[in-house]
Every structure is written in structure tokens, then in C-alpha cells.
Design a binder for this molecule. Structure first.
Ligand code: 26V
Length: 820
């Protein structure tokens, strides 16, 4: 039997160098002399993949032959980040890599930099999926990640002369992708369109067109587990070769139309945009990967058996629906079971409901997907019939469970009336075994508000699994200095597998020597980020200033506006002499954010931040005291540099709007203090790290609700706080737009008349807490003690713990048995 990959590979550096030379020669046809860093990167990746191959194959065999139920994580997004260092870490080849590359005469950093980061996700939801598949493999749980290999990932962000966001295509696949293996032999046919006819008493779908789904497999190596799982991303290809008849008529463009249409399906990642759903192509994408993945799982577990016993399917694999994006998989599994395998409705329903679980990642009603029934009928006519039947069955079931007719009506999956639509979150909540939110507060609000009727009727379905992040990437790889210090402090590096061990750092927060070492690590990380920002962006950052960071998608509810208004007010305080220059805590305020291309106010906020940065930078009065930078194209790589360098983390969303947040966890684990509202996972972070070690401000969910009820009027807050008034007036009067009063007029008008997320109402509290922050920051020893307490008490936020919670509460499975 093949041995599982040893935690530390026994391969020597010299052997690994030979392997790299071999790949260069026999795979790439390049001599070491001709090689560029990009060649070395590809050769190394190929060599590492070979090291993982035995464990990968063995993990699959053990999964298929054993009795451990697997997990299928269905997600439209996997935001993986660069793979090389993570793969080296998990295959125990890191030291060998550095030595081998040196022997070959290359700079390791240049080799690492040659990898192009795939951006196959928008933000938190996609990154969570990547952390989860890392943890599944690290815990030894057999699992598949299933998604789409988009040809274009999230747009590359640039800023123009005026500081506006410009979106550029991210054609990442023009670069070599040595990690992905295209498996043409395991393709799947995905049908679309056409009609349903009655044949011999059966409903038969006659599709109009089909797409070929080809899997691209990525290995997902576990840390110290010897297990390697699979991320299977589907590529859409056409079946139709050139239509010769049309081609001969020289109508070339028409001849390739079917190819273009088919291949469009996996062409581009939809940029998250809560205001603009309902795109036909997006539904095609969703069905494309849901259908291919379900068929694939059947093939994996039952081979090509003609009449497999699919009543055992839920014992083989459980599927997690990552938000509503793959929910069309529910009627698809019903259709597969009934139409392709001949099961009756009730048996199919029983199998399907045991197979799926649903995670909701939002609280914004506009982000819950709803599809027009007419669109589903056009693309997937058989599925519409099935959804109608599910809805009928559901209505019938409800009539037996409640007399509340209004409630039954509210719960319809298929809405009544002239233009009916399908509510995907409701379909998932009815058909799924379990429904979960992503932080305690969020899960509670789902039960109390968003999915209240469902939780009333099916209380046992509802549970919480608080999000987590992988400590391998976001501590070990991102923050080697802190990782080494933690290992020194604990006397072991086992914390990377059992993050709760960090708790044992707590006493060291009282040890001044340790605190000073910790402060030194933070300072070094700031210097490292300053160097990076200089070479990458041309910014000049002063590492002796406080690094105050806000990184997340640009959304009104996240309230980047609150931060920038406070910066402007501080700027005005210094300018007017209200605050003496010598009393100012020097700060570097760092923003990272992409705005959805169609999100007007979000894009305007980016423009404002950039121009505030510019005005402040050109003003000698605040030199050395206040600086704002906005590194463009924020991505995983930048996150890995910036989070370890941050001292103050901004988590300032309006209470009740951020489902969880995950950067808040990364920051706490890397020793930043948080300024935040009682929202999402902030609540749990504060409970764990202690109220004294967290800067809380702002309205609670209840206070927000009351304020909505009492007809919130932002103008009152504008009038009541002179600092706020000054800041808004400066935006309005053209201070940040070369005197032009029109540039930000829509933003100003929104603040003063709508301000849906109550930025103005929380402004004064936000300023007060910032003053407290500055007081504490003046005492560096105290500050760093609290930062250490954040690290020590954040072990709970490992994605390993999240996965263990899913295993216990939702999936009811566990790791593959290990051999002695
Ligand atoms: C919606 C849409 C709408 C149409 C086009 C593409 C698209 C892509 C994503 C979404 C929904 C995004 C929901 C989301 O990202 N939620 C975030 O999930 C994180 C992980 O659970 C959580 O930490 C964040 O608080 C939550 O905002």
C-alpha cells in the first residue's frame, strides 16, 4: 500500500533541484540556463504535484472503498490565492524549495512572484470556500470542491487620473496554470432549452442545445494529514464542430456561434452586485456547474453502472450549497433521479432532501436570488415543472402544519400572480436538511427575520456555524515572524493544527520581554509592507505611524464612508488648529476595496477616498501626521502582506448587515486590535478576546431598528456634530474635486437625505472611540499586550473549527480512518 505523504518530505534539496531540472527539460523543453523565474515556477509546481499524486489517488480510493461519507462543497466561487507556497508547506517541501532554487541560481521570491493569482471569487464567500477546502483536507475528511473555472476572474482594478475605478479584464488563463489538470475523459453533458413532451405517460425533456462540461482538477493538500482532496472546476466547451454548411457559405461568424455561446458559460465571473441579478447567463452558469457536479458525484461513487442503487447516495456524499448560487441543483437531482434513473417522486424527494444543506451568507433582502419562472421555463423547462410540483407539495404540507394562511402564502417558493418567480433561498430552506447562517448573530437574524416563517415551521433545520479562516495561509505563510514567535512561546508548532492552543499565550501578555518581541515582529511586518507598497505602488509609508486598515468590498452597508468622513474631520481639525499638531497620533490609513462595476455610489466613494488621499498628501500642514493610501487591485496576495502589518482593523458596518466578516478573524489572529460595531462575527470576537481588548462603538441591531421606525433623518446628525458638518461640507464644496461642487453631489445628497445605513448617526460615537484608541496607542506596551490577548483568544476562528462544527451539526461525517 502506498504511504501517505510524510509531513516532512524526506526528499533532499539536491534531489528536489534535480526534479525541477527534469521538469524543465522533459515537460517544458527549457535548459536551466534558458529558464526564467516563470519557468522555474512551472517546473516546481509540476514537481510538487507529482509529490502529492500518491496521496491524492489514495484519498480517492479510500473515499470510494470506505464507509466515510464525503462532502461536496458546491460553490460558484473559490478564491484560492496563489498555490505554490501553500502546496510546498503542505507537502513538506518548503526548505528544499528554497535551497533548490538557490542552487539553480534563482531568487525564490521571483519564482513565487511569477505565479499569477487566480481571482475566481468576489470576496468573503469565495475565500471562505477556499479556507474550507483547506480545512477539510487538513482534517482528513474526503471532500470535493465543485465550481466553475472562469476564464476571466474578478476584474483587475485600476484608478484613473481622477481617482476613479477602472475595471480591466483579468485573463488569468493566458498564463500557464500548472496546478489544474484537464480531464477530458470525465466530461459531462449539460442540456438546455427545448421543451417537455408527454411520452408513454412520462414527461420527457427534449433539450434544444447542450454544453460539454470538462473538469479541471486541482489538488487540495491537507496540512500534516497526508490527505489530498480535489477541487473540480468545470470548463464549458462546445460540442458543435464548425457547421460546414454555414461555413461554406462563408458565414464564418454564424458558423462559430454555437461554440461562442457554449463557451461563454464559463467565460466570466459575475462581479457581486446585489442590485442587479436576473441575468440569463448567470442562471446558465449555475445550472451548468450544479448539473455537471451531481452527475460527476454519481459517476465517482457508482461508476457507470446502469442501475445503481441511488437510495444510498446520501450515505456517500452530502452537498453543501454555498449560498443560493447552486440551489438549482435541487430540482436537477430530482430530475436525474426521476427521468434518468426511473425513481418515483417520493423516493427521489427522500434522496434529494437528505443530500442537500444550505448556507445563507447575507442579510440584505436584495441579495437573495429570485429567478423569473419564465426564464427558468425557457432554459430549463423540465426543472420548472419540478419546481412547480415541489411548490404544490410544499403548500399542501404547510396546510397540514399551520392554519395561518397568510403565512403559507408568504412562504411560496413559486410566487403567485402574473409574473411568478422562484425564490431560491426558500427552495433551499424547504428541500435542504439543514440551513445555517455564518455567525451567531447572523443565524439568529435569519431565524427571527429573513427566514422566520421557515424557522417557525422547521425549527430543527436551523443551526449556526460561525465562519473561520485557515491559519496555514493567514498565519504561517502570511506572517512567518509571528508564527515563529508563537512557536517559541508555546514550545510547539502544533497550534497550526489545533488553533485553540493559542490560548496558552495568554500569560505571555504579562511578560514584558515577550511583548517587546511581539512589538518587534509587528514593526518588522510594517517595514515589510512599506517596502512592498513602495515597489508595488510607489507609496511612501512611514512604519512608525499607526497602520489603520479597512479592507473589504466597497458597499454602503460596510460604511467606508464613515472612515473617510472621520479622516476628513481629523484633517480639518489639524488645519484649523483645533487639534495641535503635536497631539495628533500619526496614522497611515490604508483602504483596499473593489466596487461592483455597476454600483454608482460605491464607485464614487472610491473616487472620494483617492482624492482625499491626494489632497492630504499635498498638504505640508499634515505631513507626517496623516496619510491615506488606497493600494489598487486588493487581492489575496495583498491581504497576506497587509494583515500582518496592521495595528488597527476597521469593522464598522451597520449592525445587522454584515453576515459574519472573515478579515476580522484574520486581523485578530495577526495581532491587530479591532474597532467595530456589534455586527456579524465581531460579536463573537469581542466575547472571546474580552471587551477590554476590543473597541466597540455604534448602534446595536435593536437601536438601528428603532431608528428606522422613528423615520431616521440624517440631516439632524449633520447639524448636531460640527466635525461631521465640516467634513461633509468639505466634500460638497469641492475641496476634494478641484473646487467642483458637482463631483460628489450625489454622495452628499444621499448622506443628507437617505443615509440608509446610518453612517451619520454613528459618526460621533466613532470619533469618540478613535480618541480612546489614540490614548491607548500612546502606551505601546499596553497596546501590544491587548494585541497578544487578541491572538491568544482567537483560536476559535480557525476554519478547522468551522469544519468540525459542520461535521457535527450538518454533515454527520468525519475523517477517513488513518492506518497505523
Ligand atoms: C451575490 C451575487 C449576486 C449576483 C452576482 C454575483 C453575486 C456574488 C455574490 C453574491 C452574494 C455575496 C454574499 C457574500 O459574499 N456574503 C459574505 O459571505 C462571507 C462569508 O460567509 C461573510 O463573511 C460576509 O459577511 C458576507 O457578506
Amino acid at each position: 500500500m502506498t504511504e501517505l505523504t510524510a509531513p516532512k518530505s524526506s526528499v533532499t534539496a539536491a534531489q528536489f533541484a534535480d526534479e525541477i531540472r527534469n521538469e524543465l527539460k522533459y515537460t517544458q523543453g527549457v535548459t536551466p540556463e534558458q529558464a526564467k523565474p516563470a519557468d522555474i515556477y512551472v517546473a516546481t509546481a509540476t514537481a510538487v504535484r507529482k509529490h502529492l499524486m500518491d496521496s491524492w489517488m489514495k484519498t480517492q480510493q479510500d473515499m470510494i472503498n470506505g464507509n466515510t461519507k464525503a462532502v461536496g462543497y458546491l460553490s460558484a466561487e473559490f478564491l484560492m490565492g496563489k498555490q505554490l507556497r501553500n502546496a510546498l508547506l503542505n507537502s513538506g517541501l518548503t526548505d528544499q524549495f528554497y535551497a533548490a532554487v538557490k542552487e539553480l541560481g534563482f531568487d525564490a521570491q521571483e519564482v513565487i512572484d511569477a505565479e499569477y493569482e487566480p481571482g475566481l471569487g468576489n470576496g468573503g464567500l469565495g475565500r471562505l470556500a477556499a479556507c474550507f477546502i483547506d480545512s477539510l483536507a487538513s482534517l482528513g475528511v474526503p471532500a470535493f470542491g465543485y465550481g466553475i473555472q472562469y476564464r476571466y476572474g474578478i476584474f483587475r482594478q485600476e484608478f484613473d487620473e481622477e481617482g476613479r475605478q477602472v475595471e480591466r479584464p483579468d485573463y488569468w488563463l493566458t498564463n500557464e496554470d500548472p496546478w489544474g489538470h484537464i480531464d477530458y475523459a470525465r466530461d459531462q453533458r449539460v442540456n438546455f432549452g427545448g421543451e417537455v413532451v408527454e411520452e408513454a405517460g412520462k414527461r420527457v425533456w427534449k433539450p434544444a442545445w447542450a454544453v460539454r462540461a470538462i473538469p479541471v482538477d486541482y489538488m487540495v493538500p491537507g496540512y500534516e494529514s497526508g490527505r489530498v482532496n480535489t477541487l473540480r472546476l468545470w470548463q464549458a466547451r462546445s460540442y458543435d464542430e464548425f457547421d460546414l454548411l454555414t461555413f461554406n457559405k462563408s458565414e464564418y461568424l454564424d458558423a462559430v456561434k454555437p461554440q461562442v455561446k457554449a463557451e461563454d458559460i464559463s467565460k466570466i465571473l459575475y462581479p457581486e452586485d446585489s442590485t442587479e441579478v436576473g441575468k440569463e447567463l448567470r442562471l446558465e452558469q449555475q445550472y451548468f456547474f450544479a448539473s455537471a457536479s451531481l452527475h460527476d458525484a454519481i459517476r465517482v461513487f457508482y461508476g457507470d453502472a446502469e442501475k445503481p442503487d441511488l437510495t444510498t447516495f446520501p450515505d456517500k456524499i452530502t452537498f453543501q450549497l454555498n449560498d443560493t448560487h447552486p440551489v438549482i441543483g435541487i430540482p436537477e437531482l430530482m430530475r436525474i433521479l426521476i427521468d434518468e434513473y426511473g425513481y418515483d417522486w417520493d423516493t427521489a424527494w427522500d434522496i434529494t432532501t437528505k443530500t442537500f444543506n444550505y448556507t445563507c451568507h447575507t442579510l440584505l433582502p436584495e441579495a437573495l436570488e429570485v429567478w423569473p419562472a419564465s426564464l427558468i421555463g425557457k432554459l430549463l423547462p423540465r426543472h420548472l415543472e419540478i419546481i412547480e410540483k415541489i411548490n404544490d407539495q410544499f403548500m399542501h404540507e404547510l396546510e397540514g402544519l399551520t392554519d395561518d394562511e397568510a403565512k403559507i402564502e408568504r412562504m411560496r417558493i413559486l410566487t403567485a400572480g402574473e409574473n411568478p418567480s422562484v425564490r431560491m433561498a426558500y427552495l433551499a430552506s424547504y428541500a435542504g436538511s439543514h440551513v445555517n447562517g455564518v455567525a451567531e448573530l447572523h443565524s439568529q437574524l435569519l431565524k427571527d427575520v429573513t427566514l422566520r416563517d421557515f424557522s417557525d415551521i422547521y425549527p430543527a433545520k436551523f443551526t449556526n456555524v460561525t465562519n473561520g479562516v485557515t491559519p496555514r495561509r493567514f498565519m504561517k505563510l502570511a506572517n512567518p515572524g509571528l508564527s515563529a514567535l508563537i512557536t517559541e512561546g508555546l514550545g510547539t508548532d502544533k497550534w497550526l493544527e489545533d488553533l485553540e492552543l493559542l490560548k496558552n499565550l495568554e500569560p505571555l501578555a504579562q511578560d514584558d520581554e515577550f511583548v517587546k518581541k511581539f512589538a518587534k515582529v509587528k514593526y518588522d511586518n510594517k517595514v515589510r509592507f512599506a517596502d512592498f507598497a513602495k515597489s508595488e505602488y510607489g507609496f511612501k509609508l512611514d512604519p512608525t505611524t499607526m497602520f489603520d486598515t479597512m479592507i473589504k468590498r466597497l458597499h454602503e452597508y460596510k460604511r467606508q464612508a464613515l472612515k473617510i468622513l472621520e479622516v476628513i474631520a481629523t484633517y480639518a481639525d489639524i488645519k484649523s488648529g483645533k487639534v495641535k499638531v503635536e497631539d495628533v497620533t500619526p496614522r497611515t490609513v490604508i483602504f483596499g476595496a473593489k466596487a461592483a462595476p455597476g454600483y454608482y455610489l460605491a464607485k464614487m466613494t472610491i473616487q472620494l477616498i483617492n482624492n482625499v488621499a491626494k489632497v492630504i498628501d499635498n498638504d505640508p500642514d499634515v505631513m507626517g501626521k496623516l496619510k491615506v493610501v488606497f493600494p489598487w487591485n486588493y487581492n489575496i496576495r495583498v491581504a497576506q502582506m497587509l494583515i500582518p502589518a496592521t495595528e488597527l482593523d476597521e469593522q464598522i458596518s451597520q449592525a445587522g448587515k454584515e453576515a459574519s466578516g472573515t478579515s476580522n478573524m484574520k486581523f485578530a489572529l495577526n495581532g491587530a486590535l479591532t474597532v467595530g460595531t456589534l455586527d456579524g462575527a465581531n460579536v463573537e470576537i469581542r466575547e472571546r478576546v474580552g471587551a477590554d481588548n476590543f473597541f466597540l462603538f455604534g448602534m446595536t441591531v435593536d437601536e438601528v431598528d428603532k431608528m428606522y421606525e422613528s423615520n431616521y433623518d440624517p440631516a439632524k446628525f449633520y447639524e448636531a456634530d460640527p466635525r461631521l458638518k465640516t467634513a461633509i461640507d468639505m466634500v460638497a464644496d469641492g475641496t476634494f474635486s478641484n473646487g467642483d461642487k458637482e463631483t460628489y453631489a450625489p454622495l452628499v445628497s444621499d448622506w443628507l437625505t437617505k443615509d440608509w445605513f446610518m453612517t451619520l448617526a454613528d459618526f460621533t460615537a466613532y470619533h469618540d472611540i478613535q480618541s480612546q484608541i489614540e490614548t491607548l496607542y500612546a502606551d505601546q506596551l499596553e497596546w501590544n499586550r491587548k494585541a497578544i490577548l487578541n491572538v491568544a483568544n482567537s483560536g476559535y476562528f480557525s476554519s478547522d473549527r468551522s469544519i468540525e462544527d459542520y461535521l457535527d451539526r450538518v454533515w454527520m461525517t468525519g475523517p477517513l480512518p488513518t492506518e497505523k
